[in-house]
Design a protein around this ligand. Structure first.
Ligand code: AP5
Ligand code: MG
Length: 193
């Protein structure tokens, strides 16, 4: 494997980013940076960041860009990210994407590939409703799920075109078994490295 593989995962809530990230980081031997998981861990640990993030997350709203950019800047400069990392859930807005570009330029690094995971809305709702019974995530109530899907369409989906214009984008069909989806992802990252 080449050094410093940087992968971004974009996809709506319930698309399978977390599920597929677990497979992909062990395949590429890189670090998994899930901003959702980092924020939930901060909430559980009762940190100041957790206190701020909780109100946004529980309402299905995005945590402000400045907070997220700081969080990722700190994590990306951590030595464990030097062999590479998978960003799952960041960037999620255009300002976050621009901030990431600037951060990477300063470190003389580049994204290798942006994976956009595509799953139709009715299937997303089905998956999240069914997960709500299993994991008990505070933001998996029916109203919050609808709100998160709307925020995704408005704020995050435009990033797909942002990265397509920069020739970084790889579209992944997220329908099928987890193994089928992972095979598509492997093909996309193998082509990018
Ligand atoms: P985050 O934790 O990133 O949540 P999300 O984007 O809403 O996505 P999910 O984790 O719900 O879905 P997923 O795509 O990971 O799917 P999963 O693999 O679990 O963010 C949470 C919150 O944190 C945000 O709302 C925001 O408030 C805040 N936040 C985070 N990052 C931020 C940022 N950068 N800026 C601002 N705020 C930020 O799969 C879903 C279900 O489907 C599972 O049950 C799974 O088993 C199932 N499944 C997976 N694959 C398949 C398959 N192929 N077939 C059938 N079922 C499947
Ligand atoms: Mg997730």
């Amino acid at each position: 494997m080449g050094p410093d593989m940087l992968v971004v995962f974009i996809g709506p809530p319930g698309a399978g980013k977390g599920t597929q990230s677990a497979n992909l980081v062990s395949y590429l031997e890189i670090v998994h940076l899930s901003t959702g998981e980092l924020l939930r861990a901060s909430i559980d640990a009762g940190t100041r960041l957790g206190g701020i993030a909780r109100a946004y997350i529980n309402r299905g709203q995005l945590v402000p860009d400045a907070i997220m950019v700081d969080l990722i800047a700190t994590r990306l400069s951590n030595p464990d990210c030097q062999p590479g990392c998978l960003l799952d859930g960041f960037p999620r807005t255009l300002p976050q994407a621009r901030a990431l570009d600037q951060m990477l330029a300063e470190q003389d690094r580049q994204l290798d590939v942006v994976l956009a995971l595509h799953v139709p809305r009715d299937e997303l709702e089905r998956r999240l409703i069914s997960r709500s019974g299993e994991e008990g995530r505070a933001d998996d109530s029916p109203e919050t799920i609808i709100h998160r899907l709307e925020i995704y369409e408005r704020q995050t989906a435009p990033l797909i075109e942002y990265y397509r214009r920069r020739s970084k984008l790889s579209d992944i069909d997220g329908i099928g078994t987890m193994e089928e989806v992972f095979d598509r992802i492997k093909q996309a990252v193998d082509a990018a490295r």
